[in-house]
Design a protein around this ligand. Structure first.
Ligand code: MLC
Ligand code: AMP
Length: 506
C-alpha cells in the first residue's frame, strides 16, 4: 500500500532523532516525534469517522499541532482544508457549507460560534489550541502511534485551499498528492535544501507559501525549522544567527529593513532568503543586498499552481523579475483574447502547465473549464513578459485583485459588502501603493444625498462581514465614479488619483 506524499516524507525522515521543528517557547519535535504524532492524530481522525476523501477543515491559530493535523490528513487519506483564523463566522459558514467537511477543527475561543456552523452543515466539531490542548488531542498522548497509512495515489486529493474569486464566491482549489510532492521535490533541488538547513518559518500555515512551500520543502530535505507564531522582526533577527534560510512575503523584508539590527553580521550564517506571494520592489531587493550582502531570491506562484518560476540559486537573481520556469513547468505568454503566443519580449497573459497545476475548482466544473485552455494550460490571470535571457517579469494583473501583505483581496467581494450598506449608492475598491503592505485596500464610495455615513462607520459596518485584512484601510467619498464610454468604472483613473494617500500618511 502506498501513500504518494507521505511515503516521500517518511523516506526523507531518515534520522528519527534529528530536529524537525521547534517553537520560540522551546518546544521541540524530532522526525521520530513527527511520525508518531501524525500517526496518533491520523488514528484520531479515523475515530472521528473521517474516511478517505473526506474533508477536514481547520480554522486554528498557527501551531505545530496544526501542521501535524495536515500530515495526519495525508496519512488518513483525508483532504486538508486550512482556513485563515481572521475569517469571520459568516465567511466560515460559506467554506464549511461549500466543502462539507466531516470534521471542523477550530481554536477553543471560536467554538461557540463555530458550533452552529458545524451543526448546520453536518460536520463534527473539535478544538485545538496553540499550546497543544483542545478536544482533538484529548487523551492522545498514550495512544498507539503506529498508524497504517491509507493508500493514496498521485492523483488523489491532498488539500483544498480556497481562493477568492473575481466574480462570485471563493473557489476551492483541489490539490493532489502529486501537485504537492512534485513541486516540493523540485524546490528542494532548485534551492539546494539539505538536512543541514534550518528555516525561519514566520509565515501563516493556511496558505500555499507557509504550508506547502516552506513546510514541505523542510520535510522533504530532512532539515529543520523554527516556528514563529507570526512575523516579528525582533524575533526573526534574534533567531537569524542560528538559521540558514528564510521564506517571506515582501512585507517581511520591508519591515526587516526598518530594523537597525539587520546587518551583515546577523545574516552571516544565512545562505538563502526567498520572497514571493506579491511583487518585491526592486528597491527593496537592492537595499536588502546592500545591508546584508544577500540577494533575495524572488519566485512566483499561486494557490492553484504551487510554484511556477524562480530566480536561480546560482547565477543572477534579477530584481523585478521572478526568474525562470521551474523544471517540469511549461510557461507561455499569450494574447489574453485569442490565446495565441505573443512575440518574445511582448506582454501577455501568463499560462502554465505541469505536474504542479491543480486538478480544478471544487464542485465548479464550469469555472474550471473556463480557466484552462483546450491544451491543458492554466490561465493565471497575471500579465507578464519574458526577456531575452529567459527571465519572466510580472507586469500587471489581468484580474481585478489587490495583494495586501501577501494576502489576496478581491475588490468585488468588498464592494458587494459596501454596496449593501444603507446610504451607499455604489463603490469601487482599489489597491494603491502602501509602504508596509505593498498595496492598501481602498474604497471609493458614492453616498446618497443626506446619508449619515463616514469613513469610520463604513469600516465599522464591515467588522462582522469581512476578515480584517480585507477591510479598507481608507474610505474616500466622491460625487461620482469615473466611467468610460461603455459605463465601466475606470479603476486605473482612481488608482492614479489616490496613488499617494498612504505615502502621505507615513
Ligand atoms: C494584518 N493586517 C493586515 C494584513 N495583515 N492588513 C492588510 N493586509 C495584511 N496582510 C491587519 C491586522 O489585522 C491589523 O489590523 C493591522 O493590519 C496591522 O497588523 P500587523 O500586526 O501589522 O500585521 P501582522 O500581524 O504583523 O501581519 C502582517 C503580515 C501578515 C504581512 C506579517 O499579513 C502575513 O504574515 N502575511 C503573509 C501572507 C501569506 O503568507 N501569503 C501567502 C499566500 S500564498 P488592526 O486594525 O486590527 O490593527 C500565495 C502563493 C505564493 O500567494 O506565490 O506564495
Ligand atoms: P494566491 O491566489 O494567494 O495564491 O496569489 C497568487 C497571486 O499572487 C499570483 O497570481 C500573483 O498575482 C501573485 N504573486 C505571487 N508571487 C508573486 C511575485 N513574486 N511577484 C508578483 N506577484 C506574485
Amino acid at each position: 500500500m502506498t501513500n504518494h506524499m507521505f511515503d516521500a516524507i517518511r523516506k526523507a525522515a531518515t534520522e528519527p532523532r534529528a530536529l524537525f521543528v521547534e517553537t520560540t517557547d522551546g518546544r521541540r519535535w524530532t522526525y521520530g516525534d513527527m511520525l508518531a504524532d501524525a500517526g496518533r492524530l491520523a488514528g484520531r481522525l479515523i475515530e472521528r469517522g473521517v474516511r478517505p476523501g473526506d474533508r477536514v477543515a481547520a480554522q486554528t491559530e498557527k501551531s505545530v499541532e496544526a501542521l501535524m493535523l495536515y500530515l495526519a490528513c495525508l496519512r488518513a487519506g483525508a483532504v486538508y482544508l486550512p482556513l485563515n483564523p481572521a475569517y469571520t463566522l459568516s465567511e466560515l459558514d460559506y467554506f464549511v457549507g461549500d466543502a462539507e467537511p466531516r470534521l471542523l477543527v477550530v481554536a477553543p475561543e471560536k467554538a461557540a460560534g463555530a458550533n452552529a456552523v458545524a451543526d448546520r452543515h453536518g460536520a463534527r466539531l473539535d478544538t485545538l489550541d496553540v499550546h497543544g490542548g483542545g478536544s482533538l488531542l484529548d487523551g492522545l498522548d498514550g495512544s498507539a502511534s503506529d498508524f497504517r497509512d491509507v493508500a493514496r495515489g498521485a492523483d488523489d486529493l491532498a488539500a483544498i485551499l480556497y481562493t477568492s474569486g473575481t466574480t462570485g464566491r471563493s473557489k476551492g482549489a483541489m490539490l493532489t498528492h502529486d501537485n504537492l510532492l512534485s513541486n516540493a521535490v523540485t524546490l528542494v533541488d532548485y534551492w539546494r535544501f539539505t538536512s543541514d538547513d534550518h528555516l525561519i518559518h514566520a509565515l501563516p500555515i493556511f496558505h500555499t507559501h507557509g504550508l506547502f512551500v516552506a513546510s514541505n520543502v523542510v520535510l522533504l530535505s530532512g532539515g529543520s525549522m523554527v516556528f514563529l507564531q507570526k512575523f516579528d522582526p525582533d524575533e526573526v533577527l534574534r533567531l537569524m544567527p542560528a538559521a540558514t534560510t528564510m521564506m517571506g512575503v515582501p512585507t517581511f523584508y520591508t519591515r526587516l529593513l526598518q530594523h537597525p539590527g539587520l546587518n551583515r553580521e546577523t545574516a552571516a550564517g544565512m545562505r538563502l532568503f526567498t520572497s514571493g506571494s506579491a511583487p518585491l520592489l526592486a528597491e527593496t531587493h537592492r537595499q536588502f543586498e546592500d545591508r546584508t550582502g544577500h540577494a533575495i531570491l524572488e519566485r512566483y506562484g499561486m494557490t492553484e499552481t504551487n510554484m511556477n518560476t524562480s530566480n536561480p540559486y546560482d547565477g543572477d537573481r534579477i530584481a523585478g523579475t521572478v526568474g525562470f520556469p521551474l523544471p517540469g513547468v511549461d510557461l507561455r505568454i499569450v494574447d489574453p483574447g485569442s490565446g495565441a503566443a505573443v512575440p518574445q519580449g511582448e506582454t501577455g497573459m501568463i499560462e502554465v502547465k505541469g505536474p504542479n497545476v491543480f486538478k480544478g475548482y471544487w464542485r465548479m466544473p464550469e469555472k474550471t473549464a473556463s480557466e484552462f485552455r483546450d491544451d491543458g494550460f492554466f490561465i493565471t490571470g497575471d500579465l507578464g513578459t519574458i526577456d531575452e535571457r529567459g527571465y519572466v517579469q510580472i507586469v500587471g494583473r489581468g484580474k481585478d485583485l489587490v495583494i495586501s501583505g501577501g494576502y489576496n483581496v478581491y475588490p468585488k467581494e468588498v464592494e458587494t459588502e459596501i454596496d449593501q450598506l444603507p446610504g451607499v449608492v455604489e463603490s469601487a475598491v482599489i489597491g494603491v501603493p502602501h509602504p508596509d503592505f505593498g498595496e492598501g485596500v481602498t474604497a471609493v464610495v458614492v453616498r446618497e444625498a443626506g446619508a449619515v455615513l463616514d469613513e469610520a462607520s463604513v469600516i465599522a459596518s464591515l467588522q462582522d462581514r469581512l476578515a480584517r485584512y480585507k477591510q479598507p484601510k481608507r474610505v474616500i467619498f466622491v460625487a461620482d465614479l469615473p466611467r468610460n464610454t461603455m459605463g465601466k468604472v475606470q479603476k486605473n483613473v482612481l488608482r492614479e488619483q489616490y496613488a499617494g494617500i498612504y505615502e502621505k500618511a507615513r
